[in-house]
Design a protein around this ligand. Sequence first.
Ligand code: FAQ
Length: 343
Amino acid sequence: MYTQSFNVPDGQAADTREFKSVLSAHDQEVLNAAQSRFDAVIDADGKIEPKDWMPEAYRKTLVRQISQHAHSEIVGMLPEGNWISRAPSLKRKAILIAKVQDEGGHGLYLYSAAETLGTSRDQLLDALHTGRAKYSSIFNYPTLTWADVGVIGWLVDGAAIMNQIPLCRCSYGPYARAMVRICKEESFHQRQGFESLMVMMQGNAEQQSMVQDAVNRWWWKCLAMFGPPDADSTNSTQGMRWGIKRVSNDDLRQKFVDATVPQAKVLGVTLPDPDLIWNEARGHHDYGQIDWDEFWATVNGNGPCNKERLATRVKAHEDGQWVRDAAMAYARKQQSRQQAEAA
Ligand code: FAQ
């Protein structure tokens, strides 16, 4: 369950020159030239495009990360989607519908970017639906009150933007370009979450405590979203060497903490960490220990909502089968009409 279907098999070379022994001298020469061209583009901070030659391990790493990202966007529709029918006003309902639709759109741009690497959307979705693919840990927690919707906007989208802005400079062109639009939309999501919480914090004591309770439940999960500490981040070194990842998990987490502390002050909420304190010497906030056991349990399928999220996603896919069938039937009809006209 929840292993990584598109992982690079152990021992696979990141650099194709290591395959020397099994290739003819001519093939090896061609491969060396292609690898050198690829290296030169990466060293010059250029972009690799779908038709360019790329090492198999680079392709697999991108399919892994982009598909996990796409899955996160569409599974990420579920916790907030639960609140569309219970939004407290028409205005909040309209905003939430737009936000959840945006997340669906992000999933579609990202599946398209992954497809340019030669893996079909059907394959990617199958990996998600059979529990072989990962998606972000954060979407396996429940949304208990309306304040959770605001906190997801403020903190989850806030963390997502922090992680995704550097991805606009990713070395793979289609992923980088998809991220530019996604980041613009995530920025609206973060603002609407903060504004919704601001309104609640100006309300009565019960509303204020709902916000504080939601912040208490989501804060640590958001810090874990950035991934394991750098020392345990198995993909970071290679990802950074290839210009896929630009900033490390711990550095992004620190930036997020530093950016969020003043926002919490403006909102009037307390971040639930007694060790959170400004460190003058470092020029950053120190913060407490993240529960990594809990994070890994969730990533490995044993969080509070993993089974429910997957079951809902599979049902949504199955319920949508008639739409895909209708679209295919229409395409076939159009094609045979065009063929008849051309004959
Ligand atoms: N959850 O070696 P690293 C959003 C896995 S979108 C689950 O550090 P890497 C929008 C990782 O896959 C949120 N698994 O990995 C929204 C790897 O396992 P693998 C998603 C995690 O790739 C908002 C293993 O741990 N964003 O929120 C997590 O270098 C509101 C070792 O980790 C993206 O996907 C985790 N949190 O760095 C939607 C952004 N963290 O694959 C709706 C793109 C780590 O070897 C509502 N992705 N793992 O089996 C990335 O930037 C990177 O992939 C990281 C992980 C930073 C997530």
